[in-house]
Ligand binder design. Sequence first.
Ligand SMILES: [Zn+2]
Length: 241
Amino acid sequence: MRETLSCLIQLQKVDSAIFELAKSRDQYPEQVKRTQAKVEECSAMLESLSSKLQTLREERSTKELHLKTEEEKLRKWEKRLMDSKKHHEASTLAREIDAQKRLNQEVQEEALRLLEQEETLKKKVDEIAQELATLRQQFDKEKALSDAKTKEFDSKIKALEADCGQYTKHLKKNVTTKYENIKKRRNGLAVVPVRDGCCTGCSMSLPPQLYNIIIQATTLETCPSCQRILYWEEGLEHGIS
Ligand SMILES: [Zn+2]
């Protein structure tokens, strides 16, 4: 059993190293994903603002076109007023001209207001477009780094996985299965030492009877609380007992 435990301890060491490497490796694609989300958000915002800007432009252009027609009409009326000889017709025309002038003035002011809104929005659109370009550059850089790092970590992990074989070959199938199952359930940590009478996996204080059994190292014992495989650190890791 002592040999089985030693194998399990070594296997756990290699697996822990693999676990840490995988954690380091996975940071890179996670960062890429976060930047990608920002790119998508920024791109959607740019699209929405650009479409608003387009609507404003169309609205202003319609107003300006309308104003042009109305001003032409006004000029015709003014000419007719000059030519008018009848007093009644002239005063009616003059009133209409005044009213039309006021209307035109309003349309002109609206067109101006739209132009101001347009300019403010255009500035915002340019800013967002610049931000999007920067984010896209950042994404490309991070993606390239992530691909390189994934490759680098994967090859390190592969080498360690090959190391696992030299330990598992000495273990019985049921022990390996047990180890793998605990590892899966317990975040990669299946074999832990007992320190000061406590399981270092979950800090539970072990019953003295179980502690004595673990010191003897003749059976494979697990923690009653976290179910991890336990060993007596001083005895096995340093080979004193
Ligand atoms: Zn425990």
